[in-house]
Design a protein around this ligand. Structure first.
Ligand code: COI
Length: 354
């Protein structure tokens, strides 16, 4: 397949934001997007063209049955160079989501090549201040016009990108998070590990109630016992105990985060004991009182590493690390952001130059 490129004439391009640090996350998009169609059992028509609204049949299956998946990744520009962080892992995870949602997989190398072209095309849009990046949203939707419940035979895959600052308005400062034992996000055997749109829709009501209570996000508990922590709405979660860094295991209900995997790898290299194990909310709540819980943080592409300073659970507040950012949380944030920006020594081979 040959990538077709149709550039927007310079005079019709949008003005770039003046202060990327003040941009609300995910609300500014560049001049171009990548699209590719799936019909007759094959992908075709890959192209980079103007960023524009999609034209969809009102019967398009994604609009009725939620057959849609996406990814989140970032490009960083520092000292005139542009880097992607573990992009192949994101594309492979897209394929894992696709398999679960009975959608077609993409060719990882081909899509990576097209993504690099798009990022190069939008190079001038990539902010270079610390804490800023170009957020990349690969998305696949079912577009066959059909109301019968079965997997679609036609799909649209597209990639949109836009400059972003920090995901949370708090920046790199401790978050207040609500633990929900009222709603659940995912069940074993369901689609929790897949980055499918419905998982996010399922999180919205809990998210609204959390926001009404002054919290940034929900920390979900397992659906059966409502006892073990799973993840927040956009981040995997880590707990630093006295002698251990613990994070919930990948048992099908949580997203296999690439940032999560990177944190585990780095922490192990720092000789920390890292356990992927079930952690109950009581263990965390009690640990905040006894001092056994030293730090709590979230990890995700959009959020990077986000300290959690307070949990609200069953109407009670549990303060972690005195409500401050812990040392390990900060060290991991510094290490990861340096690697992502091409500043650290990339001994893992995670960084791809564009
Ligand atoms: C990401 O971390 O990139 C995500 O996709 C989470 C969220 C913004 C939906």
């Amino acid at each position: 397949m040959n990538l077709k490129v149709e550039l927007v004439p310079p005079v019709r391009r949008k003005p770039k934001p003046k202060d990327p640090l003040k941009l609300p996350f995910g609300s500014t998009f560049t001049d171009h997007m990548f699209t590719m169609r799936y019909r007759n059992s094959e992908w075709s028509d890959p192209q980079i063209g103007p960023y524009q609204p999609l034209s969809l049949d009102p019967a398009a299956m994604c609009l009725h049955y939620g057959q849609g998946i996406f990814e989140g990744m970032k490009a960083y520009r520092r000292a005139g160079k542009v880097y992607l962080f573990r992009p192949r892992d994101n594309i492979m995870r897209l394929n894992d989501s696709a398999k679960r949602m009975v959608m077609p997989e993409v060719d990882v190398d081909f899509v990576l090549g097209c993504l690099k072209e798009l990022v190069k095309t939008e190079r001038d849009w990539i902010p270079d201040l610390p804490g800023t990046s170009l957020y990349i949203r690969p998305t696949m939707i079912a577009v066959e016009p059909k109301l019968g419940v079965r997997a679609s035979l036609e799909y649209l895959f597209y990639i949109i990108v836009g400059p972003v600052g920090p995901y949370f308005p708090e920046g790199f400062n401790p978050l207040k998070i609500m633990v929900s034992d009222k709603y659940v996000r995912a069940v074993r055997g369901g689609v929790g590990f897949s980055k499918t749109m419905g998982n996010y829709a399922a999180s919205l009501l809990g998210g609204k109630e959390a926001s009404d209570a002054g919290c940034s996000q929900v920390l979900w508990l397992d659906a059966i016992e409502r006892k073990y922590v799973e993840e927040t709405s956009t981040m995997n979660v880590f707990v630093k105990f006295d002698k251990e860094l613990a994070t919930p295991p990948l048992d099908g209900t949580i997203l296999p985060g690439i940032t999560r995997h990177s944190v585990i790898r780095i922490a192990k290299d720092w000789n920390l004991t890292v356990n992927e194990r079930r952690v109950s909310i009581d263990e965390i709540a009690d640990g905040t009182k006894s001092g056994k819980v030293k730090e709590l943080f979230g990890a995700g592409t959009a959020a990077t590493i986000a300290p959690i300073g307070e949990l609200l659970y069953q109407g009670k507040s549990y303060v972690v690390s005195g409500g401050k950012t812990g040392d390990l949380t900060r060290r991991l944030y510094d290490e990861l952001t340096a690697l992502q920006c091409g500043e650290g020594k990339d001994k893992y081979g995670w960084v791809v130059s564009v």
